[in-house]
Design a protein around this ligand. Structure first.
Ligand code: SAM
Length: 344
């Protein structure tokens, strides 16, 4: 990977639950996204081709014990929030038990899950009992025909069962909707009714240049912020001072929930980025757009101690790209991988 000038060296990471990790640009890193599988039961056209992508062979996927060990190490470094994602996390057998195990880690303050909701309804009681702090549900349309066109599967009813089941159980819910080239204003209005009627944050996501598709994101994304303002003239952006977040949040008079905008393509939020990722194959990514900063699988499988692994992780965090544009420039690939190989 080509090295870029990455700014000044920041203070070393302090062990402990709240001291936290600071990167070389002074950003506090306290959030880990953990992709536990590359498998998925949908075939979203912006995420992977119809025929799917070749699966990562099982032995190359981190085992649950390895993942748990890594989470423990990360929490001693200062990570306090973990999101389990995929692929589709509930496609991996044992996901629920794994969540239970993570929840027992003392320093972990909040555990979240991102899911497409296809199989999730049946686990909601257990997710509530485990104390999962929130579910992010991916849902790009409320129209069954369009759901089929986007996902190449007929599971809208199952996803809605998850959505309403989570609401009924008061599990905090965010809905993530990728805005595609043919997403109409009407579609945006229709999705927004979820936030109007329920305490949901409905976040519109810019399509990003993943999954090997041609680079048409600029045309698709346009200025989504102006588009939202045009569609919802009474929208007001909330000023967020405390929690770092990748989403811009908007309130609308009369709405029980809120709208959000995640500009992962424009990369306007990098200066607030507080997260790192582990891919299903155990690669640490300190930026969504990088090529991988550290092969953690190799580390956990070669008998390294927690202290040694922790030091290497801290080094990577002290060497982060300033933003996703710099990362992408340094790591330009022939073809962009599917998000399911990274962790969406
Ligand atoms: N299966 C889980 C889910 O559906 O929430 C975990 C994430 S999974 C990789 C798919 C999600 O990743 C999509 O619903 C979308 O939110 C995000 N995603 C995948 N490809 C994307 C792209 N090209 N642009 C923007 N978001 C994308």
């Amino acid at each position: 990977m080509t090295a870029l000038p990455r700014g000044t060296t920041a203070p070393q990471a302090q062990p402990g639950p709240v001291a936290g990790l600071l990167d070389n640009h002074g950003r506090r890193i306290d959030y880990l996204r953990l992709a536990i599988t590359d498998r998925c039961n949908l075939r979203c056209r912006y995420c992977r081709p119809e025929e799917g992508v070749p699966f990562i062979p099982h032995p190359e996927i981190l085992r649950f014990e390895e993942l748990e060990r890594l989470v423990r190490i990360f929490t001693t470094l200062g990570i306090s929030k973990v999101r389990v994602t995929g692929g589709e996390p509930f496609s991996r057998r044992g996901c629920l038990d794994f969540l239970r195990r993570l929840k027992r880690i003392d320093r972990l303050q909040s555990l979240h899950v991102t899911t497409n909701g296809v199989k999730t309804a049946r686990y909601l009681d257990e997710l509530k009992e485990i104390g999962v702090a929130g579910i992010n549900l991916s849902l790009d349309t409320l129209d069954p025909k369009r759901f089929w066109q986007i996902t190449r599967r007929d599971y809208l009813a199952a996803v809605l069962e998850t959505l309403y089941g989570a609401l009924a159980r008061n599990i905090p819910l965010k809905v993530n909707s990728v805005v595609l080239q043919d997403t109409s204003d009407q579609e945006i209005l229709s999705l927004a009714t979820l936030a109007e009627k329920h305490p949901i944050t409905l976040r519109f996501i810019e399509r990003m240049p993943f999954s090997g598709m041609t680079r048409v994101e600029e045309i698709i994304n346009g200025d989504l912020s102006s588009r939202l303002q045009r569609i919802f003239p009474t929208i007001t952006e909330e000023i967020q001072t405390i929690t770092p977040t990748t989403a811009r949040i908007f309130s609308i008079p009369g709405f029980k929930g809120k709208l959000g905008l995640i500009q992962g393509y424009s990369r306007l939020f990098c200066q607030r980025c507080n997260k790192v990722r582990i891919t299903p194959a155990g690669m640490l990514k300190t930026c969504l757009y990088d090529d991988g900063a550290l092969d953690l699988r190799e580390f956990v499988r070669s008998g390294k101690t927690a202290c040694e692994i922790g030091k290497e992780i801290s080094k990577c965090i002290n060497n982060r790209f300033v933003n996703g544009l710099a990362a992408e420039k340094a790591c330009r690939r022939e073809e962009e991988p599917s998000m399911s190989l990274i962790g969406g």
